[in-house]
Design a protein around this ligand. Structure first.
Ligand SMILES: [Zn+2]
Length: 65
């Protein structure tokens, strides 16, 4: 079980969230536009949040061109 702090960029909700491997959305508004507030180096390489962070970072980089 992984816990992470998050902030929702849609509704602004912040909190500590337990990642359950099925759900990757804001528990308040169900937006997937959530930002995780966790140090990448604190996560194991195979941690699902670490993987998601890498995906999101890649998407952000792609958007910026
Ligand atoms: Zn939200």
């Amino acid at each position: 079980m992984t816990m992470a702090q998050f902030r929702c960029r849609s509704c602004g909700k912040e909190g500590v969230w337990v990642y359950d491997a099925e759900r990757f959305a804001c528990p308040s508004c169900d937006s997937i536009d959530v930002q995780f507030i966790v140090e990448r180096h604190e996560l194991a390489g195979n941690d699902p949040i670490a993987k998601k962070m890498d995906e999101l970072a890649a998407e952000e980089a792609a958007k910026k061109g």
